[in-house]
Every structure is written in structure tokens, then in C-alpha cells.
Design a protein around this ligand. Structure first.
Ligand code: TXA
Ligand code: MG
Length: 331
């Protein structure tokens, strides 16, 4: 399989690669040839393609059914490689030093030698960069020697995948391989911060809390939209994270016909009510790790509506509520 794949989607079923030396080498070889490989990260599985190859990147959008104007995050093995692609000002460097490898994406102006193709950046003069905290995936990036564009490995509008099984059920026939490193430890996407001069802007809450990022840069993050002229992260499109069922947030108990998604101790539930709990002990980190898998589970129960317990706003709660709010938005 050395020929360049066509723009048509690959007919076969995705190969499952173990996260060992052989699997890593095979993933790098497939990516170098322009194929799509889903890669594990600490946040969610990403649908990876060689970011320097526009045909490969076009196949990401095709496989996801994603609007083509969404810029993608490019993944690199370390801060040095990130600085070949983007221009880092003082806050960007401080954030990279504090949180990479980890669940943080920095949107920065492209460097003169940036090799991330236009399509992966949706034509913007900025680039989203991230060093994932996942050893097998960093080994793939290292061997490939090129950045890998990778949005979450789900069909556009579906919940994000936190296991290789989720990727296969959503995209198994549209991609070429999945590198399986088990479930993701964090389970919500990276925090995205734009460092484009002036105050850094929070484009998407995620695995790094606002407070932790603000402590590093020594000032408050400006919210996306507050400055007016911001290209908002299209991940903020209203129904981007939507399951098929509708959501009712801040619920005390399920109503007739609803599934229940709890946080903290459950109320008394009717026997027939499909249920799941983000964290019985009310732990936001545990809740974040469970969020997408449990939404999927309840969605698969066939319930038309999911009632979601009240979730506190602090820490990772902001990221969880952001995603639930999108899923609950009318569509
Ligand atoms: O945790 C994550 O971030 C996962 C893993 C795979 O790394 N990736 C992920 O990618 O969530 P995706 O494509 O689902 O979300 C990427 C977000 C989008 O909202 C996109 O618009 C924003 O990043 N983004 C990327 N580059 C950007 C840029 N140059 N300017 C503004 N937003 C950008
Ligand atoms: Mg996504």
C-alpha cells in the first residue's frame, strides 16, 4: 500500500494497530503515504492526517462530514517542533512551557517556514498547535517528522471518541487505521488559547482550567468574542457536540420517557429509565473522563431526551457545561 490514496474514501474497514513499536511504525508509514490514522491522545482520539498534505487533510473533512472552513489542530512531538510552525510570543511560550505535553492548544501566527497546509488552517494566517501527552502518539509524530492535523475522530456533530471502539463505530469504514492505546485519561478536548498579540483569548474551555492558565500568564484570559474582531473557534458552532437525543440541563429528576445522566448521588429512578452517572462522588475530573462515553451510551438507549443533573461551574465543570450546553442547543 505505497501508492497515494485517491480523494475517495477508502473502502475497507480500518486496521486496529496496537500501541507498540510495530503499531507506531505502521501508523507513521500510513500517515506518510497520505492515509488517515486515528491516534490516541490524553483528551480524545484524533483523526490524523499528514498536515503538510492537502489531499490527506481533505480526506479528514470527507470522513468527518465536517464543514470545510473549520481549521484543524496540528500535533507535534515537542515545543521545538511547534516553534518551527508558529510564532510564539511571551504568553504563548509560558503556556507551552507550563502545559506541554498536555491538553492545551495554542493558536499563534504562522512562522515563515510553516509547513501546515492551507486547508488544515482553513486559509487562516494562524495555526493551532498542540503537543499531546500520549507516548505512542508522540513516537508516531517523531517518526513521521511532520505535523499531524487531527480533529476529534468522530463524524461531525457527534460526541467525541474516548476509545478506539468509539472511533470504529463512527468512522470505521471511512479511515485506514486506528492506533489503540485504550481509553483517554482526560476525556474532554484541549483548552484552546489564542496568543495573537494583546491579551490571550480563551477560544474553547477544555482539559486545562482557566484558573491554571491565568496563573501562568499572570493575567485574566479574555473570552472569545469579548474583543469583537475574533475568529471564533468553529468548535463553538451551536450543535457541534450534539448526541441524537435532546438534553435537558440542570434537572432534579428524569421526567416520563427521559434517560438520566447523574452527577453526585442519583435521585430515585423509575425502573425503566436508562441511566448513567458522570461521577457518583461528584468529582469533576471523573465526570469529564466519562462525559462523551456516557452521552453515547444514553443516546444508544433510544431515549429521545436525556435529563442531566446540575453540574457545578468551577474547574473542569466549565468545560463539561460548555459541551452539554452545545448538545442541548436547539438544532
Ligand atoms: O483535544 C483536542 O483538542 C482534540 C485532540 C485530537 O487533539 N482535537 C480537537 O480538534 O478537538 P477539533 O478539530 O475537534 O477542534 C479543533 C478546534 C476547532 O474548534 C478549530 O476551529 C480550532 O480548534 N482551531 C484550530 N486552529 C485554529 C485557528 N487557527 N484559529 C482558530 N481556531 C482554531
Ligand atoms: Mg471535534
Amino acid at each position: 500500500m505505497n501508492e497515494q490514496p485517491s480523494t475517495a474514501s477508502h473502502a475497507g474497514r480500518a486496521a486496529l494497530l496496537a500501541a507498540d513499536g510495530h503499531g507506531v511504525a505502521e501508523a507513521a508509514r500510513l500517515l506518510a503515504a497520505g492515509w488517515l490514522v486515528a491516534l490516541p491522545t490524553e483528551t480524545v482520539y484524533g483523526l490524523g492526517a499528514d498536515a503538510t498534505n492537502p489531499v490527506a487533510v481533505a480526506r479528514i473533512y470527507a470522513a468527518k462530514g465536517r464543514p470545510a472552513f473549520n481549521p484543524l489542530i496540528s500535533h507535534v512531538p515537542d515545543t521545538g517542533r511547534a516553534r518551527q510552525q508558529g510564532l510564539f510570543n511571551a504568553p504563548a511560550l509560558a503556556l507551552a512551557r507550563a502545559f506541554w505535553p498536555g491538553p492545551l492548544t495554542l493558536v499563534v501566527p504562522i512562522a515563515p517556514d510553516c509547513t501546515v497546509c492551507d486547508l488544515a488552517r482553513a486559509g487562516l494566517a494562524t495555526v493551532g498547535l498542540r503537543v499531546p501527552d500520549q507516548a505512542a502518539t508522540r513516537a508516531v509524530l517523531e517518526q513521521l517528522g511532520r505535523p499531524v492535523a487531527a480533529p476529534s475522530a468522530n463524524r461531525s456533530g457527534h460526541v467525541s471518541p474516548t476509545s478506539a471502539g468509539h472511533v470504529l463505530s463512527d468512522l470505521g469504514h471511512g479511515i485506514d487505521a486506528v492506533l489503540d492505546a485504550g481509553p483517554c485519561s482526560i476525556g474532554v478536548e484541549s483548552t484552546i488559547i489564542a496568543c495573537l498579540g494583546g491579551s490571550p483569548r480563551l477560544l474553547r474551555p477544555g482539559g486545562i482550567t482557566r484558573a491554571a492558565a491565568e496563573a501562568v500568564i499572570g493575567r485574566l484570559l479574555v473570552d472569545a468574542g469579548e474583543t469583537g474582531a475574533s475568529p471564533i473557534a468553529p468548535g463553538q458552532l451551536a450543535s457541534h457536540y450534539a448526541p441524537h437525543a435532546t438534553l435537558r440541563l440542570d434537572a432534579v429528576a428524569p421526567m416520563d420517557g427521559e434517560a438520566w445522566l447523574g452527577f453526585g448521588p442519583d435521585p430515585e429512578l423509575p425502573e425503566a429509565c436508562p441511566r448513567a452517572n458522570l461521577s457518583v462522588r461528584g468529582d469533576l475530573i471523573e465526570a469529564a473522563a466519562n462525559l462523551f462515553a456516557l452521552l453515547r451510551l444514553l443516546d444508544a438507549s433510544g431515549a429521545r431526551r436525556i435529563a442531566v443533573a446540575r453540574i457545578p461551574q468551577h474547574g473542569l465543570g466549565e468545560a463539561i457545561l460548555d459541551r452539554l450546553g452545545r448538545a442541548a442547543a436547539p438544532r
